[in-house]
Design a binder for this molecule. Structure first.
Ligand code: URA
Length: 215
């Protein structure tokens, strides 16, 4: 099995560790505590993959042996943007790998009449135009809220955006590709379809409820 299956727009991280942890998360008998711990672990592995193509520069350092031109990350600190509330479940693991990342939050709810996402909260790091921005939300379902969040980020100046999720539905991937063809999507799995209630099948249920123990 290769570690990735990549099209131009979508990367599925099919690393065995990611797949194993994801299967335990999907199991409905998995407890809230275990689900939370696994999401933290898996998000660290996904962060490793999502940062694979970050640009490098070099810096002169002295090792105990000699001077060398050592590779270091180029440019401003990364920005992570969590789509509330389930996105927060991905933050801790990613911040363990990238502790100096700046963090923003976007809150959206679905208008019951129009069924379209409406913003209720937005707090973003400065100089977004100079940062790689990683948007995190565990579930790419219809893609409407993800596309809207990225609209907001682009309006705030972001130019280099990557969308990171745990599970994606084909409908959400299509919607994102139409709305934001310049934004690569990275996921641990591409599932089969969305049901009539907008849930991913086979999926894992409501990610926010499973993460926070609400119902
Ligand atoms: N949001 C979730 O939490 N689960 C889904 O299956 C779809 C959207």
């Amino acid at each position: 099995m290769t570690e990735h299956s990549t099209t131009e727009h979508l990367t599925v991280v099919n690393h065995p560790m990611v797949q194993h942890k994801l299967s335990i998360m999907r199991d409905k008998t998995t407890s809230t505590a275990k689900f939370r711990q696994l999401l933290r672990e898996i998000s660290m592995l996904l962060a490793y993959e999502v940062t694979r193509h970050l640009p490098l520069t070099t810096q002169t350092i002295e090792t105990p042996m000699c001077a060398m031109e050592a590779p270091t990350l180029k440019g401003r600190k990364l920005a992570l943007v969590s789509i509330l509330r389930a996105g927060n479940g991905l933050l801790d693991g990613i911040l363990e790998l990238i502790p100096s990342a700046r963090v923003g939050f976007v809150g959206l709810y679905r208008d019951p009449k129009t069924l379209q996402p409406v913003q209720y909260y937005c707090k973003l790091p400065s100089e977004l135009d100079e940062r790689v921005v990683i948007v995190v939300d565990p579930m790419l379902a219809t893609g409407n809220s993800s596309a809207k969040a990225i609209d907001l980020l682009k309006a705030a100046g972001a130019k280099n955006i990557i969308f990171l999720c745990l599970l994606a539905a084909p409908e959400g991937v299509r919607r994102m590709k139409e709305a934001h063809p310049d934004v690569p999507v990275v996921t641990a799995a591409l599932d089969e379809y969305l049901n009539d209630h907008g849930y991913i099948v086979p999926g894992l249920g409501d990610a926010g409820d499973r993460l926070y123990g609400t119902k």
